[in-house]
Design a protein around this ligand. Structure first.
Ligand SMILES: *[C@@H]1O[C@H](CO)[C@@H](O)[C@H](O)[C@H]1NC(C)=O
Ligand SMILES: *[C@@H]1O[C@H](CO)[C@@H](O)[C@H](O)[C@H]1NC(C)=O
Ligand SMILES: *[C@@H]1O[C@H](CO)[C@@H](O)[C@H](O)[C@H]1NC(C)=O
Ligand SMILES: *[C@@H]1O[C@H](CO)[C@@H](O)[C@H](O)[C@H]1NC(C)=O
Length: 424
């Protein structure tokens, strides 16, 4: 309970710690969060706790932005909430999968001559990722460009398919021990679909330079037969980077031609165990962006660890075979969006431990990576300026308007206020 004495005491403590004495909360975010309950089956874990514990910080930071009129009308009260899959009701989960299926039925807007295999609006996003994988994954863009990519996907679900919720994320730890029996992948009507049929020729995903050096198959590998995506038609790919076994070849060498086939998966505990709560918590202890980034990607290689993949790789292979296991066409399995939203959340939790200090941190921003997301800023002065990655453009071409990288770093007011969401 708050008492006057308690409040004075904490002000004194804050002052003693050298912090500015401010009385929060400045917004009603606590009510907002408590109106978005978590699933009691899963206890709050240490990463959830870091997220919750950062909220007074976030609230104070938003208050300062608002006072300075720099919040672009985004407030903690009007921010959207992205939820964990199991925290959504079954009705909400089925509304999400229905919206995905709607997007898979709407006609593509991408260039038909360049992507003869892109049939649907859903495929438009796959087409972008498969032709921009290098730029999307360079050090500078990994976080920001994926944030924008996922946000545009969420916007398409909402604007074009009448979805009223937001993009879910997965808390890997909830499913890591037994993904095949989880609400995410058990194959029932409110899951994201089930495992692929057993295919003994699918061995897993090689991991060169690691011990073990393969994410061994979890026993699947074939077509998904249960759940909302049992009848899904995959169109684009595979590309030369595909990991699946005996996949039907694409008529075009770069995988952009039409190649209708089933969704193949391997629900895989060996992968999921590389993204447990202990690993996410350890990741979040890094105070330097470069170390945070490296550890996310599994560098340096963990020793004496049966699952030494790094969370980025682990999350991709929780069920991926085709197209999910192909680094180019991975958004062709809708689980891609759960994973990259989960990474976006980890980045946000990391940033929010020190909003002013960490918001615009870019990994290895000193490296001279010749990988702008299609050119520099159109601003003449910036066009000559290769020294500031935050000024580079993130150009999503047929998916959405180009924006500067720094706009993608702030999910509470970035992109002219269009980004305005929190995670619960
Ligand atoms: C904020 O809201 C006001 C009032 O609705 C509007 O005039 C203004 O353009 C908005 N600003 C931004 C950045 O969206
Ligand atoms: C699907 O499985 C989950 C997790 O076991 C369960 O909570 C839910 O009731 C099931 N829903 C349906 C529609 O079968
Ligand atoms: C960039 O920074 C990293 C880490 O601090 C360092 O190892 C590397 O040598 C630097 N590269 C350049 C080009 O300065
Ligand atoms: C380039 O960007 C850096 C970092 O923001 C800035 O200090 C510098 O003045 C810019 N140079 C030009 C020519 O705009």
């Amino acid at each position: 309970m708050w008492t006057i004495q308690g409040a004075l005491m904490s002000l004194t403590l804050l002052a003693g710690a050298g912090a500015v004495a401010l009385d929060g909360p400045f917004s009603n975010y606590q009510t907002k969060i408590s109106n978005s309950p978590r699933n009691p089956v899963y206890p709050i874990d240490s990463v959830d706790k870091m997220e919750t514990d950062a909220m007074p910080n976030v609230d104070m930071w938003m208050h300062k932005k608002t006072v300075a009129n720099k919040n672009n009308n985004c407030t903690l009260e009007n921010a959207a909430i992205r939820k964990e899959w199991s925290d959504m009701s079954e009705t909400e989960r089925q509304a999400y999968t229905a919206a995905l299926k709607c997007l898979m039925k709407l006609p593509a807007k991408s260039d038909k001559t360049r992507f003869s295999g892109a049939v649907s609006r859903y495929d438009d996003f796959v087409a972008f990722h498969m032709t921009h994988a290098m730029q999307l994954h360079d050090n500078v863009h990994l976080f920001g460009a994926h944030k924008y990519f996922v946000w545009l996907f969420e916007k398409a679900l909402r604007d074009e398919c009448g979805y009223t919720g937001y993009q879910p994320y997965m808390n890997y730890d909830r499913y890591a021990e037994d993904p095949g029996n989880s609400p995410l992948l058990n194959g029932n009507a409110s899951s994201m679909g089930g495992n692929g049929a057993p295919d003994p020729s699918y061995k897993g995903v090689p991991q060169y330079g690691r011990t073990p050096n393969i994410i061994k198959s979890g026993g699947g590998g074939g077509c998904v037969t249960e759940g909302p995506f049992a009848d899904m038609v995959v169109n684009l790919g595979p590309t030369s980077m595909a990991t699946g076994s005996k996949l039907p070849k694409n008529p075009k060498a770069d995988g952009t031609g039409p190649n209708p086939r089933c969704l193949r998966r391997d629900v895989n505990r060996n992968a999921a165990m590389g993204a447990t709560n202990a690993k996410a918590y350890s990741l979040l202890q890094n105070t330097e962006m470069n170390k945070f980034y490296d550890q996310l990607l599994g560098s340096p290689v963990p020793k004496n660890d049966p699952y030494p993949w790094g969370i980025h790789t682990a999350g991709h292979y929780i069920a991926a075979v085709d197209p999910g296991g192909d680094p180019n066409t991975s958004p062709g399995d809708p689980l891609f969006y759960f994973h990259h939203t989960a990474l976006d959340r980890l980045w946000w939790i990391w940033q929010m431990q020190d909003p002013t200090g960490r918001l615009y941190d870019v990994p290895y921003s000193n490296a001279t990576m010749p990988m702008p997301m299609k050119g520099r800023s159109t601003d003449t002065q910036d066009a000559q300026n290769d020294t500031n990655p935050l000024e580079t453009m993130v150009d999503m071409e047929w998916l959405g308007p180009p924006i500067k990288l720094f706009e993608t770093h702030d999910q509470l007011g970035g992109n002219g206020g269009q980004f305005c969401y929190i995670y619960v």
